[in-house]
Design a protein. Structure first.
Length: 193
């Protein structure tokens, strides 16, 4: 299995690019955000998901681990294939998609080509608890889990690791209420560490 590829962009033809690694060209499917941010001749590292079928072997590349992880979760749901998983990342960032799923909001997913209402609801149903658990969000609470999901998304978007953010969220007092207050408290704790 290929974990990542690091090479030179040889050709860009969205939704794929040809990445040359030590003289071998790999065709990689990726999101429009990746293909629009790079240019031919540029060095690029992509985290890879290999999709092997009876009649094809395809590579899907992502600029960060969070996108790859969300993609892997999405394609685990029946009715969501790898091309649809990449299309989801063309509609919204992985943090916005993750937050929508955790908050039970299927409407964002319905904007993805290939995902209708039933499939969007299935994605939310199957992934909500898994993503909430993975990101340390308590879905038994009322608003607090939504606030913590937003705090996690914001901090991961700022470059903090999910692991460190989860530790900080767990250390915070439950008396700190509201997303803005919890975000400030989390930033203070992260700056001390």
């Amino acid at each position: 299995m290929i974990g990542y590829l690091n090479g030179t962009v040889h050709t860009i033809t969205p939704p794929t690019l040809l990445l040359e690694v030590y003289g071998v060209g790999y065709i990689v499917y990726t999101s429009f955000s990746v293909t629009h941010e790079v240019s031919v001749g540029e060095q690029l590292q992509l985290y890879i998901h290999e999709h092997i079928r009876e009649d094809a072997r395809e590579l899907y590349g992502f600029s960060n681990q969070q996108d790859l992880e969300l993609f892997t979760h999405l394609i685990s749901v029946s009715g969501v294939g790898p091309k649809t998983g990449v299309a989801a990342l063309n509609v919204a960032s992985s943090s916005h998609l993750r937050s929508a799923i955790i908050n039970g909001d299927a409407s964002l997913l319905q904007r993805v080509p290939g995902i209708g209402q039933k499939t969007a609801q299935r994605v939310v149903l199957e992934l909500k608890e898994r993503l909430a658990k993975e990101y340390g969000v308590d879905t038994d609470g009322d608003q607090s889990y939504r606030d913590d999901a937003d705090v996690i998304d914001a901090l991961v978007g700022l470059g903090y690791s999910v692991h460190n953010v989860q530790i900080v969220i767990n250390e915070m007092s439950p008396d700190i209420i509201g997303m803005q207050n919890r975000l400030k408290a989390a930033l203070q704790l992260l700056s001390k560490g």
